[in-house]
Design a protein. Structure first.
Length: 133
């Protein structure tokens, strides 16, 4: 699915409804829409440290349960991913993000906080399974 944000640049997204209340989404957007810069980001660390980048991926006022940097070896070398797990507005979210060639790739899985105890492992695994090949 492609949508047009106000900036006029194409934003790609795909959403999968797991149950009535659970959702897994993947969004691809230009990295310069997240952080204003003249150069295209090549790595997520160019958006800031894990803590600094949380302001780009985690809504203000959210309670962060977990945040970590994950490094994965791929064909081009070592790719860095940022992972955040947080609660916002009664929703529990697991989010994984990375950057490649000026594009930010975000995979997120969400469910009501009350459902996370039963569905959280599966949803977290869905978000963490994102990999660029």
């Amino acid at each position: 699915m492609a949508t047009r944000p106000r900036s006029g640049r194409t934003q790609l997204g795909s959403h999968l409804q797991i149950g009535r209340l659970e959702l897994v989404s993947v969004v691809i957007k230009p990295s310069n829409q997240l952080k204003i810069t003249f150069l295209e980001a090549k790595d997520i660390t160019e958006l800031g440290t894990l803590k600094e980048a949380s302001k780009l991926f985690v809504p203000g006022g959210a309670k962060i349960y977990s945040a970590r940097t994950i490094k994965v070896k791929d064909q081009e070398g070592i790719r860095t991913y940022y992972f955040y797990e947080f609660r916002f507005d009664r929703q529990h979210v697991a989010l994984m993000a990375t950057v490649d060639s000026g594009k930010t790739y975000i995979a997120a899985a969400t469910a009501p906080e009350t459902r996370w105890e039963t569905d959280g492992v599966t949803l977290r695994s869905a978000a963490v399974s994102m990999s660029l090949a």
